[in-house]
Design a protein around this ligand. Structure first.
Ligand code: CP
Ligand code: NVA
Length: 305
């Protein structure tokens, strides 16, 4: 049976921890410039319905360095769901490629791709979630702290795809996760409820960033207007007043917290240049670890074939 990676919860707790071990191993092999080519002769098709820097570069570079070949297919190449039905492109691509990575708008598109493709499908972001990002982020936290115990993560901003993947991570690892967002920008209620029911983690929704960040190990933020919402950007600038992660908010944690952002960042909106450039900021470690975490995920999926 082929495996897909569409949600953090597609992996068990053990599989997530094993993926981090694989990511660490591949990262060390890269550092030592070892000749390690487990994907020799394999090809990965990458469908992008939205723009990307990190996802495209980290998947393409990472897969190549492990011996494989990755193809970039932009919005004009495929036109998923308009030029061709998702269920058709899924089966066509599976005839040529060993794995499909997709960044799409509708979450349903990635579910359909996985359903119809006979090869593994990896989710490179949808309107609903961004599981590879949160795998890389958790791996980055593990590297910085040496463990994942007693971890308080406070996300400040829009209750978006990043938050949904953090909530799903909280269904697998015990976290104290707080989402501090304006009333009208809360994460998906069903995902919040499922996470609470899983009983692993403490989940809070707050509308007061300064009190929410108290005792945070990690302060995380993301853009106020995600891809596909850019026409709402001006309204969102008004609605998110008071939700900027600035130096004062970082100080309000009362401890030496780390600052995280999936990038790209809009300096002056969800956070400031000063916070991004501060010693607390680990945003570029996160970006680098996208490649290592994704290689870990791909190795895990292939080992199951
Ligand atoms: N963080 C992230 O996914 O970046 P891109 O949108 O540039 O791929
Ligand atoms: N929430 C952002 C994440 C970008 C990596 C978006 O969907 O645009």
């Amino acid at each position: 049976m082929k495996r897909d990676f569409l949600h953090v919860t597609d992996f068990s707790t053990d599989e997530i921890l094993e993926t981090f071990a694989l990511a660490k191993e591949v990262k060390e092999r890269f550092r030592r410039r070892e000749h390690y080519k487990p994907f020799d002769g394999r090809t990965m098709a990458m469908i992008f319905a939205k723009p990307s820097a990190r996802t495209r570069i980290s998947f393409e570079t990472g897969f190549f360095r492990l011996g494989g070949h990755a193809l970039y297919l932009g919005p004009e190449d495929i036109s998923l769901g308009t030029r061709e039905a998702v269920k058709d492109i899924a089966r066509v691509m599976a005839r040529y490629n060993d794995v499909i990575m997709a960044r799409v708008f509708a979450h349903d598109h990635v579910l359909k791709l996985a359903h119809y493709a006979s090869v593994p499908v990896v989710n490179g972001l949808t309107d609903y979630n961004h599981p590879c990002q949160i795998m890389a982020d958790t791996f980055t936290i593990l590297e910085h702290r040496g463990h994942l115990d007693d971890l308080k993560i406070v996300y400040v901003g829009d209750g978006n795809n990043i938050v949904h993947s953090w909530l799903r991570m909280a269904q697998r690892l015990p976290l104290h996760f707080v989402c501090a967002c304006p009333e009208n920008y809360q994460p998906d209620a069903e995902t919040v409820a499922l996470t609470r029911e899983a009983g692993f983690s403490e989940i809070e929704i707050s509308h007061d960033p300064s009190s929410a960040v108290k005792g945070a190990d990690i302060v995380y933020t993301d853009v106020w207007a995600s891809m596909g919402q850019k026409e709402e950007a001006e309204q969102r600038k008004i609605d998110f007043q008071g939700f900027q992660v600035d130096d004062l908010l970082m100080e309000a944690t009362g401890k030496p917290s780390l600052f995280m952002h999936c990038l790209p960042v809009e300096r002056g909106l969800e956070t400031t240049d000063s916070v991004v450039e501060s010693k607390a900021s680990i945003v570029f470690d996160q970006a680098e670890n996208r490649m290592h975490a994704q290689n870990g995920i791909l190795l895990k999926l292939f080992s199951k074939l």
